[in-house]
Ligand binder design. Sequence first.
Ligand code: HEM
Length: 502
Amino acid sequence: MDLPNQTVLATVAVILFVTFYVYPQWRKSLSHIPTVGEMTWFGLPTQKSLLACRSVMLEGYHRHPNGFFKMPLFPFRWAVIANGRRLTEELSNAPDEKFSFTFPTGKLVQTDYTVGPEILTDRFHVPIVRTNLSRNIAAIIEELRDEMLQAFSVSPLNDQTKRDKEGFVSVPALATVQQLIARITNRVFVGKPICQDEEFCRLNTIYVFDVVKAANKINMFPDFLHPIIGPLFSPKKRYLDAMLRIVGPTMRKRRSILETNGPDALPNDYLSWNMAEAPEGYEKTDEGLAMRLLNINLGAINTSSVTFTHALLYLAAHPEYVGPMRAEIENVLDHEGWSKEGMQKMVRVDSFLRESARLNAISLTSINRYTLEDYTFADGTFIPKGTVVASSMYSTHLDEKIYPEPHTFNPWRFVNEAGKSRTGQAYTGTSAEFLSFGAGKHVCPGRFFAANELKAMLAHIVMSYDVKLDANANGVRPPNEYIGTSVIPNTAAHVLFRRHVP
Ligand code: HEM
């Protein structure tokens, strides 16, 4: 009698163990997702792992073209990568309750300690960028151009005392572009004279690097130590104090105008929209406004500078593309002048930027999300709660079925036979096959502004300067720098500028 009882008990125990321990553990684990790449010691980054991301992504895409694979990715341990159009579309349109947009940024940037948690918890800046900024482009294009001309005229690229025998001035490409973009962008964010304040522009340019450096240090420690370690590395107070010194008086002046005369009496820029739209409380204080301004700059300046520098390096390496763009720009300016309509008609300029961004997006992944609950994709793949899922932008942009001769820079790839942008393939057009600005629910709302700004800058350079690479480059575009999933234009690259004489 004892024996059957023991067997029954053992069977019940096994069933309970499997149901309540093994099965939940299996559901939480990612063992059913194929692995590409090697996990490092405790998931900490090594030089090899930071340099391996591109080859891992290409291999994962090749082996699982319409499926998933997982790869080690600091600071998340694993990231599950979704390949192919169907999975990318499902991920990009998934609801926020299931897939968090903010969690991956929060962890990567350690927002609680570096830039402040409010930027992720109260996202009122997103509709401001989507509506106020994008709808105002026609109105602000004149100001953008005015600031651009002034910024170029005082830029080191115009320093005639540094001319060589042929009249060229050599400047570091990325640093020069950062200076220009910080100033031009801030004409629309805070207006004159603050956008011309060198210290203000310098701080807004380097802020992102100090934030990332601090976040990387914090992420080297286990999560439970972050509340102790985080404040020690935080650059927030230093930047906030400096911002308040520079922008504080303007904010107080505008607050009094807002209180007496209402929002229409304020200058037409991001700071004013922010002051009018911010929720009551912290966000309306000087501190709240200054942090939001810093953080909107953090999202705008580096992305735009890196993107534009990639394009500038192509321009300098390929003088043969200048002629067709000059002809187009001259024709457009004759008919439309420097206007929003004119910008739309600069189809070659647009295609040039899109092609450059296809080959050099700001990151290897796009649509980085985090599962807030267990989720099963339409293809049946189960992803447990607490997983980072992203789409493989790098491999998608190099897929020869989507982009013939994918490794070739073909600046007119997106121009059709009629000389128009191919349908859906203007620079700002997003899809599961062009992910530089993301896609779906959280697609970049600043892309219309960014595209207009970068097109105006490229058109200005094409019309006003001859550009070429430094002699050290031997006519070859200097190679990018890849660290983890970041794609950075060669930080040592120099470009030479000479005023163009028609
Ligand atoms: C060439 C320059 C830029 C690039 C490459 C870029 C790229 C991106 C990407 C990849 C995303 C995430 C999309 C996703 O996960 O689906 C994003 C989001 C965002 N971008 Fe941009 N961006 C650029 C310029 C700007 C500018 C100039 C602004 C502001 C004026 C801006 C504001 C934002 C905001 C607010 C979000 C968050 C959207 C949300 O929460 O739904 N971006 N951007």
